[in-house]
Each structure stands twice: as structure tokens, then as C-alpha cells.
Design a protein around this ligand. Structure first.
Ligand SMILES: Nc1ncnc2c1ncn2[C@@H]1O[C@H](COP(=O)(O)OP(=O)(O)O)[C@@H](O)[C@H]1O
Ligand SMILES: [Mg+2]
Length: 251
């Protein structure tokens, strides 16, 4: 039997004694594109960090049927753009190459093969010719593409992406959506924290609705309902369109 891609059991995360995630139980089968939605401060970023073991939490998390530390190399993470130090003196090419380190192991240096993979991934996201540019000297869309290239270079099986489309232009958004489709078609599962409710139903297979607690999770058609949106956003919408319009203005 194939284990779920993600299995979370009674996950609790607390910052300075404040409960940010409260008893989350979740099981997700793949391959799939999974949108994670919820208002600002709902704990979406914390949820990804808890799964990845980047913040202290209690409960059990299994990815691909195993504890996170056993499968780290099969997991790619694209952090929220605001959480990255863009003054760090590395180039676009360096960042993409970092994606290959997990497969190399600690003591081998990247060689021609790794450089080729990094270069291919940069091409795939449309960053040809920018290899030597320092990451702080990129546009928001280019920064986001750089981190996507790094994730691709990892050749992971499961990806976690935190708002990859926040503040990017339409062409970068299109590149990212195409990439997500490609990854899913290649049998991978991608969890995407996504703020734009207008594109949730059309571009993702499953949805996780979060507001400190898990409100609902499952296939889009069953779960992405007005009632669940009302609960997630603590608001009184009457129709799905209204919910979507409202969430767009309250950000
Ligand atoms: N490192 C931290 N220390 C203390 N509180 C934090 C920290 N990171 C996030 N928080 C708080 O936890 C809550 C959830 O944050 P976050 O996971 O970033 O939400 P989201 O990504 O859904 O906007 C917010 O109230 C935020 O202020
Ligand atoms: Mg966040």
C-alpha cells in the first residue's frame, strides 16, 4: 500500500505560549497540487515550517510514510520571499546550484553535471543570462523564479512553496502555474500556500483550509465551499464569488 504523501497527527505549534496551530490532523494523497489557504496570521507559514521541522512543535508528521529527517532529500522548500536575506552575497547561479547539494552529500563539490542541472533549471524558469547577478539586484518575480529553480534542481518528490506568487508579475505567475502542472504530471505533490482565491479552484486539485485550526481539507469540489470559506475567513459571505471578492480586498 502506498502511504499518504503527508500525514499529520495532532500537530500543535506554540510561539511564546501562544497557540498558533491547534491539533491539526491531516492526510493527503498524491500526486496532487494542494493549495493551502487562510487569512493573514492563520498559521500557513508556520504549518509548512512545522512539517519541515524548522520550528518546535508537538505531534507526528510523516512525509512519504517516513519521519521528515529520513526523507529530507526528497523534499523541496520555497520559503516566503520576505523571509529571505536578499543582501546575502550569492549569485542566481549559486542559488540554483545549492539545490543540487542534497544529492551530492556534504563532502563532494558540485561538478559539471550539477552545473548543467542548475543551468537547465534556470532556463526552465526563464532566467537565462542572469547567472552572475547578485540575488538582491533582481526584481521580485526574478527572485521568486531563482528560488523555484533551486527547488527544481533538487529533483525532489514533494515540494512545499510559501506564497510563490505573492507580488509577482503576470508572466512570472504563468511560469509558476505551468511549472506546477509539470511537476504534478511528473508524479510529484506540491503544497502551495496561495493567497489568490480566484485561482484556487481552477489550478489546484486539493485544498487545505486553515485558520489556527484545520477547517477542512480534501478534493477541491468537495471542500472549497462557501460555508468552509466563511469559517476560514471568519466572515459572512453568501456566495463563493463574494467570498473570493472579499478575501481579495482584505489583504
Ligand atoms: N517566529 C515567530 N515568533 C512569534 N510569533 C510568530 C512567529 N512567526 C509567526 N508568528 C505569529 O504566528 C501567527 C501565524 O503566523 P504565520 O504562520 O506567519 O501565518 P500566515 O503565514 O498564515 O500569515 C501570527 O500571529 C504571527 O504573528
Ligand atoms: Mg505566511
Amino acid at each position: 500500500m502506498v502511504p499518504p504523501v503527508l500525514e499529520v497527527d495532532d500537530l500543535n505549534t506554540t510561539y511564546q505560549r501562544r497557540v498558533v496551530l491547534d491539533a491539526i490532523d491531516l492526510s493527503v494523497d498524491g500526486p496532487a497540487l494542494v493549495a493551502i489557504v487562510g487569512p493573514n496570521g492563520a498559521g500557513k507559514s508556520t504549518f509548512l515550517k512545522s512539517i519541515l521541522g524548522l520550528v518546535p512543535c508537538t505531534g507526528s508528521v510523516r512525509v512519504l510514510g517516513q519521519p521528515i529527517d529520513s526523507v529530507r532529500r526528497r523534499i523541496g522548500y520555497v520559503p516566503q520571499r520576505e523571509s529571505v536575506d536578499w543582501d546575502f552575497p550569492v549569485s542566481v547561479g549559486d542559488v540554483a546550484l545549492m539545490g543540487t547539494y542534497g544529492r551530492l552529500g556534504w563532502f563532494r563539490r558540485p561538478g559539471a553535471a550539477e552545473r548543467r542541472v542548475a543551468q537547465e533549471c534556470l532556463s526552465r524558469v526563464g532566467l537565462d543570462g542572469l547567472e552572475d547577478r547578485q540575488i538582491g539586484r533582481l526584481s521580485g518575480g526574478q527572485q521568486q523564479r531563482t528560488f523555484l529553480a533551486r527547488a527544481l534542481a533538487q529533483q525532489a518528490d514533494v515540494y512545499f512553496m510559501d506564497e510563490p506568487m505573492a507580488g509577482v508579475d503576470a508572466s512570472t505567475q504563468a511560469v509558476i502555474f505551468d511549472l506546477l502542472d509539470e511537476l504534478r504530471d511528473a508524479g510529484k505533490t506540491v503544497f502551495v500556500v496561495h493567497h489568490d482565491l480566484r485561482t484556487v479552484a481552477s489550478r489546484f486539485d486539493r485544498v487545505v483550509m486553515l485558520n489556527r485550526r484545520l477547517i477542512a481539507a480534501g478534493p477541491m469540489a468537495e471542500v472549497f465551499t462557501t460555508e468552509n470559506l466563511q469559517q476560514t475567513y471568519d466572515s459572512q459571505f453568501v456566495t463563493l464569488d463574494e467570498a473570493i471578492a472579499c478575501s481579495a480586498t482584505t489583504r
